[in-house]
Design a protein around this ligand. Sequence first.
Ligand SMILES: [Zn+2]
Length: 160
Amino acid sequence: MRCPYCSEHSDKVVDSRTATDGDAIRRRRQCRACGRRYTTYERLEPIALVVRKRTGVVQPFDRDKLARGIAQATAGRAVASDAVEEMADELAEWAARQGVEVTSDALGLAVLERLRPLDPVSYLRFASVYKQFDDLADFEAEVVELQKSSAPKSPERESS
Ligand SMILES: [Zn+2]
């Protein structure tokens, strides 16, 4: 470690302890050249989370890219940009809990689960990209599913 006072590269550790937040080691060092003391911190490097696509390609998880994808799906809809950012944060936390790798399928589903109650149109837009609807029939099937699951469960409406 280079001394911040005299730039010498020779020091000795005079004290070593866990920092108050518990995830760092704080070391007091003394320069062997000028005798002055300074502090260094040692921390764990965060583990990089990756997304595995269907093709097998692995990419670093990118929270901002995810937020942009959600923002695209919600464009022009009554979904606040705050809600999109909040969702991206939630998803980033969710992804971090999955371990070091998450599949693009699982990530897409996690997005859909959150978009569905928020706005059905945004949900369908995202689903059409994520599920790669091949034709109108796929899209219609999804709409029917959406209507089924979001229909109010009152007795009068179930009579049809
Ligand atoms: Zn020094």
